[in-house]
Design a binder for this molecule. Structure first.
Ligand code: SAM
Length: 284
């Protein structure tokens, strides 16, 4: 730990590294960098005790959060970065920590992140906002692989993840996340915490997956049910769920067909998903 600290202290500052490697932030890649080491270490700390943990960081960019993770007790860090311009900077950082830091030069959207490393695994990342939701849904499909996900989103997305039934923010993402994991918002950051500042505030959501996870077919059924229900959220469920069984499906699991999607609890959605899967199996 102290030698990690000494090594990092001997490196150029984050700002100097950014200017040395000409890493000006690009909007198209959702680049809003965290330059405050104190803030980066607070985010890394949300993973809890990282002793022996294998961390995957998506989008290390100039490496502020990566440095904080290197200062933690994490056993290894795999940092997945799509921007070729950042690779020399990250290779340089990795050369100081050859046994702990691996730079993965790939698009996170097309990568099976869990295959990078052994368990116990966590993902800790300041996500590129333009692809944050599809990334999260991909990780939820294999939620059993993760000990914890510590993820920076636009605040509005973090609120949707944690929203309660009956609220405006409650939707498909809330149901999928809360079905698989205990979810909370751990930190809210104003635009000025980033360089350059985004237009909106940001928030770190922590998702701790439950020990029992739905099998893949059931997760898919839940995706179908929630897509149909929230695709037409103002309609009564008997209408929005018509294509997958409508009133019959709802009555079979004791849900009033005149209710609207936003009033259903996660457990009620789970009942619908189980029944929908059974129906699909029977029909095939
Ligand atoms: N972690 C850095 C920080 O906190 O300062 C940068 C965070 S910035 C919000 C998002 C990072 O994700 C950028 O470095 C960007 O190049 C990278 N990125 C964008 N799309 C990506 C993708 N599909 N796969 C991997 N990295 C991506």
């Amino acid at each position: 730990m102290s030698s990690n600290f000494e090594t990092l202290k001997s490196l150029p500052s984050l700002k100097d590294s950014i200017s040395h490697y000409g890493l000006d932030a690009r909007k198209a890649l959702g680049q809003h960098f965290l330059l405050d080491p104190g803030l980066c270490s607070r985010i890394a700390g949300l993973g809890g005790n990282l002793t022996g943990r294998h961390i995957i960081e998506i989008g290390p960019g100039p490496g502020g959060l990566t440095r904080a993770l290197l200062l933690s007790e994490a056993r290894t860090i795999h940092a997945v970065e799509i921007d070729q311009r950042a690779w020399p900077l990250l290779d340089d950082l990795s050369s100081h920590f050859p046994d702990r830091l691996t730079i993965v030069k790939q698009d996170a959207l097309t990568l099976d992140a869990s295959s990078l490393t052994d368990a116990p695994r966590q993902i800790i990342a300041n996500l590129p906002y333009n692809v944050a939701t599809p990334l999260l849904i991909g990780w939820l499909r294999q939620a059993e692989k993760w000990e914890r996900l510590v993820l920076m989103f636009q605040k509005e997305v973090a609120e949707r993840i944690c929203a309660e039934p009956g609220s405006n923010a409650y939707g498909r993402l809330s149901v999928l996340c809360q079905w698989c994991a205990e979810c909370s918002i751990a930190l809210i950051l104003p635009p000025g915490a980033f360089s350059p500042p985004p237009k909106v505030s940001s928030a770190v959501a922590c998702l701790t997956p439950y020990s029992h996870q739905p099998p893949a077919a059931l997760f898919k059924a839940m995706e179908q049910v929630t897509a149909a229900a929230f695709g037409q959220r103002r309609k009564m469920l008997r209408a929005s769920l018509k294509s997958i069984g409508g009133e019959t499906l709802l009555r079979s699991v004791d849900i009033d067909p005149t209710r609207r999607a936003e009033t259903l609890t996660v457990d009620e959605f789970a009942r619908l998903a189980v029944y929908h899967l059974e129906q699909t199996k029977r029909a095939s």
